[in-house]
Design a protein around this ligand. Sequence first.
Ligand code: TTP
Ligand code: MG
Length: 350
Amino acid sequence: MILHLDMDYFFAQVEERENPRFKGEPLVVGSDPKGGEARGVVSTANYEARKFGISSGMAISKAYKLCPKAIYLPVNKNLYSRVSESIFRIMETVSDKCERVSFDEAYLDLSRVAKNYSQAEKIGRDLKEMILRKEKLTSSVGIGKNKMIAKIASEEDKPDGLTVVRPGETIGFISKKSVRDIPGIGPKTEKELEHILGKSDLKVKDLKRLSMDQLVNDFGKRGADIYKKARGKDDSRVKTKTETKSLGRETTFDKNTTDPEVIISTFKSLSKEVVDLAREEERNIKTIVTVCRFEGFDSYTKQISFKPKKPTRDLVYGEGVKLLLDLLTQKARPVRLLGVRVIFVKSKNR
Ligand code: TTP
Ligand code: MG
């Protein structure tokens, strides 16, 4: 369950907040138009200015032609970046699985925070409200079963929108979208797809006529990606800035024990818990650490490292229990606490 949040006309909205008399007037943030002669571009425009056809990335001279009477303001990056930081901090109070994508956009993984989509919707509403109270700015939120769906959903009802796409609604939702709404399909790919399918104004559902083979043939690896996305699938995960380095579970027995059956079965269920959590990270592990505290409170750990491997029960329990048995035979004393921990490899794509 993923939430995507995108601030509405971000730079311009911050400027309106700073100067409420700009509200309701067309406002453009970007380089100085210098009476229409300048060469820079538009960073963003508020919705009044967009009505004149002004958009992000457009030459500022063109914007000036479209609407000379608009208010033109320089980009105040320091200000937007302070606001941005504050917004992300708010988001991180909801879930520490937060991926900042740009100044005004981030994903939250809600899987462990919300039990169902109604709860996720409530979280989305609360988040918008918190940002409005703290920063006096509106945002748009999308919630869906993966990052792509969440992102497209946040665009659905801009400004000040909240759109929830439940898993069963995914296909219906995405099918009627334009192919350009799919992240990764730009104007060039759109043209090529139009050519292949012999039709313009392509909708996502039109893409289903293309087989995996054909797409891979024409677009390589990206083709496979398009095939999946056209079916509402996207398995990329939310990448947090500070990723989990290791993860473990431990338990203290009510009464110190020497019973091998109790010790082993407890260790087995701890291993299972650790593996289930580690799987969610979708990263390989390189080390397993077994912890044992004996009567009298002295703790011992033993660890084993190996080439990066998927965290499976066989691996974590299998290797972990060997370490545990070593510790138990060395010490031969009643056990007070047991634990197991896995250490992840660093992931590359950050
Ligand atoms: P966006 O979220 O793409 O746009 P936006 O927030 O202005 O408007 P919307 O309501 O449609 O979300 O980009 C966020 C900020 O990034 C935007 O306010 C200004 C900056 N930006 C640029 O400087 N240049 C660009 O080409 C784009 C697209 C954005
Ligand atoms: Mg935005």
